[in-house]
Structure formats: C-alpha cells, structure tokens
Design a protein around this ligand. Sequence first.
Ligand code: NAI
Length: 341
Amino acid sequence: MAKAHAITLIPGDGIGPEVSAAVVRIVEAAGAATGATFEWHRFAAGAEAFEKYKEYIPQALYRSIEENKVALKGPVTTPVGGGFSSINVALRQRFELFANFRPVKNLPGLKTRYPGIDLIIVRENTEDLYAGLEHEIIPGVVQSLKIITEKASTRIANFAFDYARKNGRKKIHAIHKANIMKLSDGLFLRCCRGVAATYPDVTYAEHIVDNTCMQLVMNPYQYDILLTENLYGDIISDLCSAFVGGLGLVPGANLGTECAIFEAVHGSAPDIAGKDLANPTALLQSAVLMLHHIGEKTTAERIQVGLEKVYTEGKVLTKDVGGSSGTSAFCEAVLTAMESA
Ligand code: NAI
C-alpha cells in the first residue's frame, strides 16, 4: 500500500470547521476507492489558537507545514480595524507562497447570470498594501506602505505566463493603476511587459483596475488570465466569484517553491457559522486542486465527477446557490454521487 499523504489541516473558524469536516470526509471516501490514504495533522490558528497556546499561529503549525509541504486551510477570522494581524498574510509570507491561483469556472447544471465562465486570477501574494505595513505618524495621521518589488512582480508574471503556456491559456491581462501609482504599479507593469516579451505565444494586454471592474461585469468573456498585485486580486476575486454563483464555490491555492496551502476564496462567514448553511464546494474544489498538486489525479477526478453530478442533478444544493439543503446533506449527496458515478 502506498504511503499515506501527510497533510496539515487548519479547520479555521466561523464556517471553517463545518466545511473542512465535510471536505475531509469526501477526500477520505474518494481515497478509500482509489487506494489513496491521508494523515491529517490538525491545527488551530487565530483566536482559537491564542486561547489554547497564547500564540495566534502555534510554532507546531509552522513546523507541520514545513515538514508536510502541503496544507488544507479553512477560513480564519481577522478582526476589523484592530486586533491581531491576518493569519493568512503571515502564513503566505512565512512560506513565500507568492502565487495565489484562483480558477473561476461554472459548475454544470448551476444556472448563473454568466454561463460558460472560465477565467483564472493569478494574484501576487506576498507584498503590496495587503501586507498591512501601517503605522500612525502622529494622532490622526496614518501611513500604509505599498511596497512593490521587481523580484516579486517578475516572479508572479513568470508564474502566470508559464502556467498559460503549459495549460493552453491564450491571453493575460495585467491589472494595474499605473496612471496614478506611476512608480509602484509602473514597476509591476514593466516587469509584466518584460516577461510577456519572452512569451510571444501568449497575448498580453493591460487594463486599469477600475475599468477592469466595469469590463468584468459587462463582458467577463474577454478575460482569460487576470494577473494582479495583491490587493486588486483580493477584490477582483470576490467580484469574479459572483459570475459562477458566489463565494461558496471558488477555490484557491497559495503556491510557493517549497510549500502550498489550499484554501477557498471565501472568509469565515460569521453570519451563517454553526447553522449547517455553509457551502463546502469552494473548499472541496480547493482540495481537488491539492490532490492534483500531490499527484492524486484519480482521487481528484473522482471527487470532481461526484461534485458535478450533484450540481447537474440540482436536487441537493445549499441555500447560497438556490437550494434548501444544509452542509451535511450536501456532503452526503457528494458521497453518494461518488459511489454511483
Ligand atoms: P466572507 O467571505 O466570510 O462572507 C461574505 C458573504 O459570503 C457572507 O454573506 C457569507 O455568508 C457568504 N459566504 C461566504 N462563504 C460561504 C460559503 N462557503 N457558503 C455560503 N455562503 C458563504 O467575507 P466577510 O464577511 O467579509 O469576512 C468574514 C471574516 O473572514 C473576516 O474576518 C475576514 O477577515 C475573514 N476572511 C478570511 C479569509 C481566509 O481565511 N482566507 C478570506 C476572506 C475573509
């Protein structure tokens, strides 16, 4: 029997424990059919970890990711306007997970305002305003630092173009605000242009971020890969999730050269937490990305087929996508669909 895959699991908080429990059940069931086994190393992070260990990110969690090289993560709440800084940002920076990869694609059978969407957001994941480097200069005056480097911009552009070439994607739009932030976004664009010149087989274009939002809503089909800095990518991701049915659906991967953390685009959704209302699809599709990443293609495909069957039948869906079923019923439906697929 093949060695079990050791995976660091961060269930997160809010809806995190509900969606991650569903996803672990489905991955385990798929693995049982394909011969893949998993060893889940569970860790708390954020407020829950602080209560237990007086650390927002326990050292043992860092060590676990270092050893396992791969983690599946539920959402973690970040307090607004104060409190501790983002666990997500800390993990991404610590492991240099420089590429945030977010494919946005319709699920079969699920009616949305925009059928046939198939675009990818490639977001720089370590710097920009999103790093949260802020300080109060004097009372009433605060400075937030937007750091953009040639190294990180070139690295993310290389990632996007390389992905496009290897996966037959045709077009990359660099998203920017270099008309106003001439130096920082200007540098980002210069790096993108430099890399684009070495990939003549991939069409390269540039759109200003505010116009991009309008263009996306008017005609998202013009986009293939959106290559963005960190903050624009964060905002555009939520916008794009609405094309395919919302935040309950869109997966993501934080990729570095050594480690990878797979997590949904959505947050901890405190408004629906603990009510069996959360849609586990986004985290499940993140797990599918993870399974491909660790070479478990057959297991990944088994889950994808089961998931698509549930959406195609449209009988057991969660409320966010127009159904009336809960997280656990949806999970059962995917398990049954995998069995009969
Ligand atoms: P959110 O993504 O948690 O929720 C926005 C809306 O989408 C809510 O109405 C929510 O009910 C709905 N929603 C989200 N995921 C859903 C799912 N799986 N199924 C059904 N409905 C879903 O965004 P919000 O409210 O802005 O943030 C809440 C907290 O999450 C904040 O503390 C934020 O910092 C954190 N957050 C964490 C992330 C992470 O850990 N990667 C990512 C984004 C936000």
